[in-house]
Design a protein around this ligand. Sequence first.
Ligand code: BES
Ligand code: MN
Ligand code: MN
Length: 461
Amino acid sequence: MSATQDFINQHKDRFLTELLELLRIPSVSADSRHKADVKKAAEYIQEKLKAAGADKAELYETKGHPIVYGEKSVSSSAPTVLVYGHYDVQPPDPLHLWDSPPFEPVIKKTDIHPEGAIFARGACDDKGQMYMHIKAFEAMMAAGELDCNVKFIIEGEEEVGSDNLEVFLREHQQMLANDIVLVSDTGIIANDVPSITVGLRGLSYLEVEVTGPNRDLHSGLYGGAVPNPINVLAEMIASLKDEKKRINIPGFYNDVLELTAEERAAMARAPFNLEAYKKSIGLKDVEGEEGYSTMERASIRPTLDVNGIWGGYTGEGAKTVIASKAYAKISMRLVPHQDPDKITELFKNHFESIAPPSVSVEVRPHHGALPAVTPTDSPAYLAAARAMKETFGKEPVPFRGGGSIPIVALFEQILGSKTVLMGFGLDSDAIHSPNEHYGLFNYYKGIETIPLFYKYFAEMR
Ligand code: BES
Ligand code: MN
Ligand code: MN
């Protein structure tokens, strides 16, 4: 066994204790009441990077939350790995659906994680996965087996769109120069089916506001004679998809990259059990765009979903009222080569055009993200595949993920860097949901696999 793996085995308990401490910090980036907590999490990462042996670990303030940057240089002839991750988390709401408080981590066994899983907001996304990199780094340093230069960029705004990180990238191109970006913020198919994500969807996210009468009205006095903005909004949203569940916005599919028959056949070979899928989320049946499989619908096809909708009276009992306003938050997941700004514009024009003349409509764009695809034949991909094969005992399958990580496409655009998405989470880990968790198996597997990536990447170059 290598000295690095030996060090990992000897410090397993502390590696877990430290992660639990990080998980106790409620670093919710979307909630301004948690601004100080977000900073506290950044300082925790900074301190641990220094303790692990970084030459430098600094906080960079931004217009929003701080960015942690650290580096360790071993040799000018060694390749440089830029590790990206995020220490911010999604809001924990709805709180009452958690079996234990979101920022008081507990370890419990589950069917999928018989050796135990850490239950806490951010356990998998992304504190647990990001922290694996700091511990792998510590182990390589302690063992004197770090074969690459390494730079860490750990941000606090991934869950709110990474706008300030984009600015940071533009301003620090020299400092961030690298040979590969390594990210653990995605998943594997199953603990016995290792995989590497080779694509991410993009995102266009916006909010719509429909206004009818200038005040709330008595639904008896006025009902039937005036536009009800909630009814109107529901009709407008319903019209956005046709009976084949295709999105009805003119031009929406223009730039969509269609996969070849061979590519689709390769995807279909990845293990997937529709019955187990339905059961895991309590569904009687799935639905989606005609002509595509469930896996395709959730990865290589664009989507349109309402994420929230509100208006009128939602309190206890009944109130007979026609509201003045109705609102919805709508997201569209995008695939190569759709452009989020262009899609947002198409949506806005279309949505305004379908509004009946009796109401007024406002469309307010939130954040966007570009889709990304990563190569499967590069030295970095091969190094990751070899590392995973060694620790899982099985060759990982390449597959395209459905989620978004806004900065990945910008690493390529701004720094000219390719990314390897070597994540270790499971879809069943309930990220963004109540009872988010991360398997101890996955946490330690990640810590063991990462040093092998460095080793093989250095060798292959
Ligand atoms: N880590 C996720 C993205 C992810 C998860 C990709 C699992 C693939 C598999 C990330 O933290 C995330 O949640 N991203 C957001 C985008 C952001 C702009 C809010 C998303 O996908 O909704
Ligand atoms: Mn994440
Ligand atoms: Mn997330």
